[in-house]
Design a protein around this ligand. Structure first.
Ligand code: G3H
Length: 541
């Protein structure tokens, strides 16, 4: 069978969808959480079509799985007012609540979230085409992240439950919230990456305006009741609508204190510029990246192939940390391509629920046209698709293409393709790879493959100043989530990790006093009577 026929054969008819993986029916969301209420919506809706196509008498068609509200600026503004009111200039119930009580609310929420695991995992799979195994991993990793955040905050709080005394001045230093946080996550990790900002922002006492990603939207619906039940009114508000309609007004209001976005640097730049009070806006951003794999002549080639394959093509290359360009020493380029192409040929493609599936349907409707445009542009500039069937596609399934030799005239050299194309660049001198990273607009991570300690050392020192993480003989990745995750240039602003995120969404405030008898008496009185949640020596176990 030709590959095209094979790709086509992977799509099933409606009645062939395995019952255990099917959604319970269409999910037509007609309400959203705002100001502590599930507000009913009777206006226009966005129909959600899965990347999973169904075989019909009219050919392959994306399956309609539900719809969600397309609200307007008016509803977004109402939600903003609710978040502002709940924060109440830092005097609201949530920002003044004790850390222990806030942790209690988040724990209660997490319990309710776990009850929704089955439907949420299915929605990740159906909305973005992520394999079932990876969808489960995304859910579990998010729950672990929340519990790790709670532990980290407890540690932080324990460290702040005493007083420091310096030069006769005593102070209690704690972290306090920043205000209203506008939180927007990406479609590729619609739950995990969104929650790695939303949860730390929330637990630190901020109030939230949360816009679900463009794909992976419905999966947030089952959580809204839990948000409503576990947090005071107006603390979490979920906003719907076209981003370019509802977001500019929110930023222009000047009432957003923190913009947190995992997405494109272009969007982040535009939004930041709309805020009238630049010094009041903090940005916590995870942005574009074009991580390189550098494979030297002294690399363990099978290992480099294995790690680069997984780094470049996990979830079809749709990870911000994906390896998006491969530099290979010219002397081993042919052998690398041979082994790499064989490895790609062995990847299983199919529907997200299939066991062991590696390549699955792509959610973005115009993605395949863009990928083909990148290949045509590379071919016009002297490269070829090196692997059999590379770039073949049927409906939303696209078979990965290895493109070689890539050069600086091509889109694939500069653009973040965010999909299953692996551009390969031959090099003669390692200096060329360093120059590439210096010139690049991105600076997230790099992978270096070599077994020569001197060679690796010679790359470490220049490259740690170009990117934020160097992976030696291993692929680029974000985890473990306790490690700092950030980037230079257009790749990030601020640092995320379990411990860093709670700092990113808060600021240190201190209560200080001269150590005289009258002040000692006064402070003891406050502490003993538990009359302040901030000034307190209570210890969270
Ligand atoms: O899309 C970016 C994700 O944060 C990547 O996480 O490297 O663990 O897949 P990961």
């Amino acid at each position: 069978m030709q590959l095209k026929e094979l790709l086509e054969s992977k799509f099933v008819r409606e009645e062939e969808i395995p019952a255990e993986h099917a959604l319970p029916g269409q999910i037509n969301q007609k309400e959203y959480l705002s100001n502590g209420e599930m507000k009913q919506w009777s206006g226009s809706v966005h129909e959600v079509f899965s990347p999973v196509c169904i075989r019909t008498k009219d050919g392959l068609q994306r399956k309609l799985i539900g719809s969600y509200p397309v609200c307007t600026e008016k509803e977004a503004k109402e939600s903003l007012d609710a978040a502002v009111e709940a924060y109440h200039d830092g005097r609201g119930e949530w920002p003044t609540m004790s850390v222990a009580e806030r942790i209690g609310c988040v724990e209660q929420f997490t319990g309710k979230m776990i009850e929704q695991k089955d439907i949420m995992v299915k929605l990740i799979m159906w909305e973005i085409g992520k394999s079932q195994a990876d969808s489960i991993k995304e859910f579990d990793r998010t729950v672990e992240y929340i519990y790790a955040t709670i532990d980290s905050l407890k540690n932080l709080d324990r460290g702040s439950s005493g007083f420091e005394i310096v030069d006769g001045i005593a102070a209690q230093v704690r972290r306090s919230p920043l205000g209203v946080v506008l939180c927007m996550g990406p479609f590729n990790y619609p739950l995990n990456e969104t929650f790695t900002t939303l949860i730390p922002a929330l637990i630190m006492g901020n109030t939230i305006l949360f816009k679900p990603p463009k794909f992976g939207t419905l999966l947030h619906y089952p959580l809204q009741q839990a948000f409503k039940d576990c947090f005071p009114k107006g603390v979490v508000n979920v906003i719907y609508g076209r981003g370019n309609t509802i977001i500019p007004g929110l930023m222009q209001s000047g009432k957003i204190n923190v913009l947190t976005l995992i997405g494109s640097s272009k969007v982040a730049n535009e939004l930041k510029k709309l805020h009238p009070k630049v010094n009041r806006l903090r940005a916590v951003l995870g942005l574009d990246a074009k991580n390189a794999s550098i494979i030297t002549a002294k690399a363990d080639l099978p290992l480099a192939v294995k790690e680069t394959l997984s780094g470049a093509l996990s979830f079809n290359g749709q990870r911000c940390t994906a390896i998006k360009i491969v530099w290979v020493h010219r002397s081993i380029a042919d052998e690398f391509l041979k082994q790499f192409n064989e490895a790609i040929a062995g990847l299983k493609f199919g529907m997200p629920w299939e066991k062991g599936v590696a390549l699955t349907p792509l959610p973005e409707p115009h993605k395949i046209d863009y990928l083909k445009e990148c290949i045509a542009d590379a071919e016009a500039n002297g490269a070829k698709v090196m692997n059999e069937n590379g770039g073949a596609s049927v409906a939303s399934l696209f078979f990965p293409a290895v493109v070689y030799p890539v050069n600086s005239k091509m889109k694939l050299y500069h653009e973040e393709q965010f999909g299953p194309i692996v551009p390969v660049v031959p090099f003669d001198n390692l200096e060329e790879t360093i120059e590439y990273l210096i010139e690049a607009t991105h600076g997230q991570q790099v992978s270096i493959f070599s077994n020569d300690a001197d060679e690796v050392a010679a790359l470490i020192d220049p490259l740690v100043n170009q990117v934020s993480r160097l992976n030696i003989n291993s692929q680029c990745q974000r985890g473990p989530d306790v490690f700092p995750f950030t980037g230079r240039k257009d790749s990030a602003e601020g640092t995320l990790s379990v411990a860093d995120a709670i700092r990113a969404f808060s600021i240190r405030s201190l209560v200080a006093f001269k150590m005289n008898e009258s002040n000692k008496h006064l402070i003891n009185d406050i502490v003993n009577k538990n009359s302040s949640n901030f000034l307190s020596t209570k210890f969270i176990f």
